[in-house]
Design a protein around this ligand. Structure first.
Ligand SMILES: [Zn+2]
Length: 341
């Protein structure tokens, strides 16, 4: 059920909606975490005391945001305010390492044929498809790569630098002429999507029967405990308004299963958890037994939230000298093959 909320005082008609659990539709929930003064909502000029609230679903245990911005407000934010300038070199360097790491995870078991067709959804700078192409040129499986990116600035940049072929827009039924794929990847995308189950079902529809799905998402469970400070340059803002859902291995597994996938492999990594899944076979199911250790998750989660708030406060102090807003012209195409040889 959705109940619309209009923030008329902002004068900007930004809209928010109350939602039930996006995984199981349950209304039973507990407030898990909330904060105000959200950096993204500040950009939308939403009143600073508006609370970004995350709930814990009592039934399926997914952590989700409610109220959350509507699709219309999110679209306006992503098209106008999010990443308005071309990527900076330091981000490209980091993402290139990230892409190499994801490539290694996907190909660890060598389950892939000598060639195939891959689609990267929400590709950003286009570095994951680019890495697959380059590894093919260096003796790895030959991938015919396709990408989709809703941010026009990043899609244009990836195209201009010849990193991959990109369709600008959202992943839809007709994206890339309705081609079928051997591999679909979505790195740090699922948590931004209003209907993540529908998104995963669409991925399922677009895969061959023996195709594979890679999903990487931020996590609220840290097996390494309180000691871990996860705030390197790419790992902040994880409880901010753009993240509509937050995952544990169990809730990610439950969601994948609901969308017709069998979770084959899962691992923790610097940006959360990452997974490789295949399609469920006819009549097959996958159980994700037991309940979360809620106390432990809550402890580590609260610790990380506190660190995040400190980090954001510091970032806002130096906002004029940092971030994606800085111009960075004359970008060179990164030499990915050398780094991974
Ligand atoms: Zn639920």
């Amino acid at each position: 059920m959705m109940r619309a909320i209009q923030l008329t005082e902002s004068g900007l008609d930004e809209q928010f909606e109350e939602v039930d659990c996006p995984l199981c539709n349950s209304k039973k929930r507990d407030l898990y975490f909330e904060h105000d003064d959200d950096p993204y909502l500040n950009q939308l000029k939403v009143p600073k005391d508006f609370k970004v609230s995350f709930y814990y679903c009592d039934d399926c245990e997914l952590i989700y945001q409610s109220p959350r911005w509507t699709k219309k407000t999110a679209d306006r934010f992503y098209s106008k305010l999010y990443r308005p300038q071309v990527p900076q070199q330091k981000n490209v360097d980091y993402k290139l390492k990230d892409a190499a790491d994801v490539y290694d995870f996907i190909h660890e078991d060598k389950v892939f044929p000598k060639s195939g067709r891959m689609l990267d959804v929400g590709t950003g700078e286009g570095l994951l498809p680019y890495t697959h192409e380059k590894m093919g040129e260096n003796g790895g499986p030959k991938w015919d790569t396709y990408a989709i990116e809703p941010n026009k600035v990043y899609a244009d940049w990836a195209r201009a630098n010849k990193l991959c072929q990109v369709e600008t827009g959202e992943f839809k039924k007709k994206s890339w002429r309705n081609l079928t794929f051997d591999l679909i990847t979505a790195q740090q995308v699922l948590e931004h999507i209003h209907d993540p189950v529908a998104f995963l079902k669409l991925c399922n529809d677009r895969l061959y029967s023996d195709g594979w799905l890679y999903i990487g998402v931020p996590t609220v469970e840290y097996p390494w405990g309180n000691e871990y400070s996860r705030f390197n340059m790419m790992c902040d803002n994880f409880t901010a308004s753009p993240h509509l859902t937050l995952y544990t291995p169990r809730t990610l597994g439950r969601m994948l299963n609901k969308a017709g996938f069998y979770l084959e492999r899962l691992d923790y990594y610097s940006r959360g958890i990452r997974s490789l899944s295949r399609k469920l076979r006819p009549g097959e199911t996958q159980e994700h037994y037991g309940r979360e250790n809620r106390k432990r998750i809550e402890e580590t989660f609260k610790n990380c939230c506190a660190l995040e708030r400190q980090h954001l406060a510091k970032q806002q102090e130096s906002v004029s000298s940092e971030g994606d807003s800085q111009e960075d012209k004359g970008m060179e195409v990164p030499a990915v093959s050398n780094q991974m040889a």
